[in-house]
Design a protein around this ligand. Structure first.
Ligand code: CU
Length: 645
C-alpha cells in the first residue's frame, strides 16, 4: 500500500502531526468515532502553527491553480447545500468565490424570500397566512440530466427537517417549487433519474427519488406509537416536471443516500439499521446492512395494477418493497444487496457499471456490479450478495466516493481524516484473488473529518478527473478563529495528475454537506427576464392605486432612480398589496423596496415583478426606499408611504 507519508506532506507544507495523535489503527465502532472527534480538539503543537497555504506542485501532481485573475471567470460552477441554513449556494471553482446564495427553505430579507407573495406561495402558508415553516436542512443538491450528463435545467435539493423536495430553475437560479413528501421523516438522500425505465427514448430526467431515514408510525397521528409493526419508512418517487409525488415504496432499514443508474432501470439507496432497532446498540447489531435496489418499472406496474395501499389522508400509492414481502426475485420490487454494516453513501461510477457503498463502521468500500443486480431480478443470480465484485480496505470511516472517469475512485475517510484514491479494476482483481495488485494508490490528509467528497462532473458520463472537493466537518486551526463556531473547510484537490495535490482551503459558512461541480458551458442563465413572463406585471396603463373596500392595490413601477409614484396614500386598517415591476432593462440593475416598521424588504430584478401584501395597521409617514444600489441618485429613490389615521 503506497500512501502519502508525513515527509511528503511536510514537503508540501501540509500539517500532519495530528496523524501521529490519531494513529493509523484507531479502533472501529464507537471508540473510533469518539476518538476521531477528540482528535479534532487537539490543541497541541500543531494548533499553534499557522495553517498551510496551497501546496506547491508535487512531482507528478496536476497543474491546476485556484488563481482566477481579476476579469477572468471560473471554469466550473459548484452547487452546494447549506445544511441547517436551509439554502443552496453557488461557488465558482476553482477560485472558491461565493457567487450566490439561493434561499430555498429559509427566509432571506436580501431578496425578500418569505416576504414576497410569490415566494410565500412556493414556501406554503398556514390558514392564518403565516409561513408553514421558516426552517430547513439541506443536504444534497443534484442537477437534472440529459444523455447521461447535466442539462442545466434544474437543481433538486432536499429538506431533511420537514421532509420536502425543492426545485431550482437553473436559468435564473431561483427556487420555483417545493413539494411536501407525505408519510416520512428524515428525508436525506435524493437523486434524479437519468433515463426512463420503460421508454428508452426518454433519455433525460423525469423523476426524482428520495430516501427517508427515520422510522415513524404510518399515519403518525399519535396512535400506534407502541406498536413497532406499524412503524416504517418509505422510498419516494416525485415527478420532476410537475413535482407531484408519484408513489412510495415501503422498505426495510433506514435510507441514507440515493443513486440512479444511467440506463434508468434502477434507483438505489444504501441502508443502515436493517435491524429496525430503536437505539444505538439495536441499530448496529447486524453484521451487514444493505444497498437496496428499486426496480422502477415493476414498482410502477404494481401501482398501475392497483397493488398498493395508502396511508392516512395521503392519496399517494404505497407499494410493499420489504424483503419478506418480495421472496421471488422474478417479481421482487426491491433487491437488498448486503454491504458492510451501517453504510454511508452510495455513488454511481461514470462508466455506468458500478455502485459503491462505504462501510462507515467497516474500513471497506463495497463495489456492486449493476448487471449482476439485473441478473438477480431475472432469477439468474443466486444471492443478492453475489452482485458484490469488490470490497477493498480503504481506511477508517469511509463515507462517500467520487470518480475521475479514468477508473479511479476517491473515498472520504471520516475517522482517518483522509481522502483515499483507489482503483476500481484493481479492487475487483484483488477480490477475485490477485494478491499482488495495488488497490490503494494514495492517501491525502484533509483537515478535518471529511463528509462528502465530489469531483468535477464526477456524477455524469463526462467525469473529467480534474478537481475534487473534500467537504470537511471541522476546521479547527485552518482559519482565523472567530469565536466558538468555526467556519467549515472545503478543500480543493487537483486530481488531474498521478499524485493528489491540495490546491486550497476554501471557507464555507455552516454547513454544506454535498455538492456537484458543473462545467460552466452547461449552465445557461437568463440575465434580463421577460416582463411578459410575469402575469401581474405593472405597465404604464395599469399603474396606480385601486381600492375595493379595505383592500388597496398599489401597482408600482421602478426605473432608476425613481418609483412611478412619489406618494402612496392608504388608510389605517387597509390590506395593502404592492405589486412592483422593474422597468429597467440594464443587466444587474436590480431595485429594492423596503418600508420602515412594516417588515417589508425585497428586490426586483430587471423586467421582473414581485408583490407583497400586508395590513396597514399603524398610521404615519414611512419612506419607502430602494435598498439595492441602482444609480448615482439611489439614495433619492424613495416614495412616501402614508397611512392615514
Ligand atoms: Cu433603485
Amino acid at each position: 500500500m503506497s500512501s502519502r507519508d508525513d515527509k511528503q506532506n511536510a514537503e508540501e507544507g501540509i500539517l500532519t502531526g495530528r496523524r501521529g495523535f490519531l494513529g493509523k489503527s484507531a479502533a472501529l465502532g464507537l471508540a473510533g468515532v469518539s476518538m476521531g472527534l477528540v482528535a479534532c480538539k487537539d490543541n497541541g503543537a500543531n494548533a499553534a502553527k499557522p495553517a498551510a497555504g496551497a501546496a506547491p506542485a508535487a512531482k507528478g501532481g496536476g497543474a491546476h491553480s485556484i488563481e482566477v485573475p481579476p476579469g477572468q471567470l471560473d471554469e466550473y460552477y459548484s452547487f452546494i447545500s447549506a445544511g441547517h441554513a436551509g439554502e443552496a449556494r453557488i461557488i465558482g471553482m476553482p477560485s472558491g468565490r461565493t457567487l450566490k446564495r439561493i434561499p430555498v427553505f429559509n427566509t432571506d430579507c436580501m431578496v425578500g424570500w418569505g416576504i414576497t407573495n410569490e415566494s410565500r406561495a412556493i414556501l406554503g402558508t398556514k390558514a392564518d397566512g403565516s409561513l408553514k415553516y421558516t426552517t430547513g436542512d439541506t443536504h444534497h443538491v443534484h442537477g437534472s440530466y440529459k444523455d447521461g450528463t447535466y442539462d442545466g435545467r434544474w437543481l433538486f435539493i432536499n429538506d431533511k427537517l420537514h421532509g420536502r423536495l425543492a426545485r431550482i430553475r437553473m436559468d435564473i437560479m431561483e427556487c420555483d417549487k417545493i413539494t411536501d413528501i407525505p408519510n416520512i421523516q428524515g428525508f436525506h438522500g435524493l437523486f434524479p433519474d437519468k433515463r426512463d425505465p420503460v421508454d428508452e427514448k426518454i433519455n433525460y430526467t423525469t423523476r426524482v427519488f428520495c430516501g427517508a431515514e427515520f422510522h415513524i408510525p404510518f399515519g403518525n397521528d399519535g396512535k400506534d406509537v407502541n406498536d413497532p409493526t406499524k412503524w416504517g419508512t418509505l422510498f419516494t418517487c416525485v415527478n420532476a416536471e410537475t413535482m407531484e409525488v408519484k408513489w412510495q415504496c415501503r422498505v426495510d432499514g433506514n435510507m441514507d443516500l440515493v443513486a440512479t443508474t444511467y440506463d434508468g432501470k434502477f434507483a438505489a439507496s444504501n441502508q443502515y439499521n436493517t435491524e429496525n432497532g430503536y437505539d444505538l446498540a439495536g441499530m448496529m447489531s447486524a453484521e451487514r446492512d444493505a444497498c437496496a435496489f428499486f426496480h422502477i418499472e415493476r414498482i410502477e406496474k404494481a401501482v398501475k395494477e392497483g397493488k398498493f395501499t395508502t396511508i392516512g389522508t395521503s392519496k399517494v400509492p404505497v407499494v410493499d418493497g420489504r424483503a419478506a414481502s418480495n421472496p421471488d426475485p422474478k417479481s421482487a420490487l426491491v433487491c437488498y444487496v448486503p454491504v458492510a454494516k451501517n453504510p454511508h453513501g452510495v455513488n454511481a461510477s461514470p462508466d455506468g457499471k458500478y455502485f459503491v457503498c462505504s462501510g462507515k463502521l467497516s474500513p471497506t468500500a463495497t463495489v456492486i456490479q449493476l448487471d449482476l443486480v439485473a441478473k438477480w431480478f431475472n432469477g439468474e443470480l443466486k444471492e443478492p450478495r453475489d452482485a458484490v465484485v469488490a470490497e477493498p480496505e480503504v481506511g477508517l470511516g469511509p463515507l462517500h466516493t467520487a470518480f475521475d472517469g479514468r477508473g479511479n475512485a476517491y473515498t472520504s475517510l471520516f475517522l482517518d481524516s483522509q481522502c483515499v484514491k483507489w482503483n476500481v479494476d484493481a479492487a475487483i482483481a484483488q477480490y477475485k484473488g490477485d494478491k499482488n495488485v495495488k488497490v490503494v494508490l494514495e492517501k491525502m490528509d484533509v483537515h478535518y473529518q471529511p463528509g462528502h467528497i465530489y469531483s468535477s462532473m464526477g456524477e455524469t458520463k463526462e467525469a473529467d478527473g480534474k478537481l475534487l472537493n473534500s467537504g470537511n466537518k471541522f476546521s479547527k486551526d485552518r482559519f482565523l478563529p472567530v469565536g466558538p463556531l468555526h467556519v467549515e473547510t472545503e478543500q480543493l484537490i487537483d486530481i488531474s495528475g498521478d499524485k493528489l495535490r491540495l490546491l486550497a482551503d476554501h471557507t464555507a459558512y455552516s454547513e454544506p454537506h454535498d455538492g456537484i461541480i458543473v462545467r460552466r458551458d452547461i449552465v445557461k442563465t437568463v440575465q434580463v427576464q421577460n416582463m411578459d413572463d410575469f402575469p401581474n406585471a405593472v405597465k404604464p396603463e395599469t399603474a396606480g392605486i385601486t381600492r375595493q373596500g379595505n383592500k388597496v392595490h398599489v401597482r408600482l413601477m421602478s426605473q432608476a432612480p425613481s418609483y412611478s409614484m412619489p406618494e402612496i396614500k392608504v388608510k389605517k386598517g387597509d390590506e395593502v398589496t404592492i405589486t412592483l415591476t422593474n422597468h429597467d432593462k440594464v443587466e444587474d440593475l436590480t431595485h429594492g423596496c423596503a418600508i420602515p416598521t412594516y417588515n417589508i424588504n425585497f428586490i426586483v430584478n430587471p423586467q421582473a415583478t414581485k408583490s407583497v401584501t400586508f395590513k396597514a395597521d399603524h398610521a404615519g409617514v414611512f419612506w419607502m426606499y430602494c435598498t439595492h444600489f441602482c444609480h448615482a441618485l439611489h439614495l433619492e429613490m424613495r416614495s412616501r408611504f402614508i397611512v392615514e389615521a
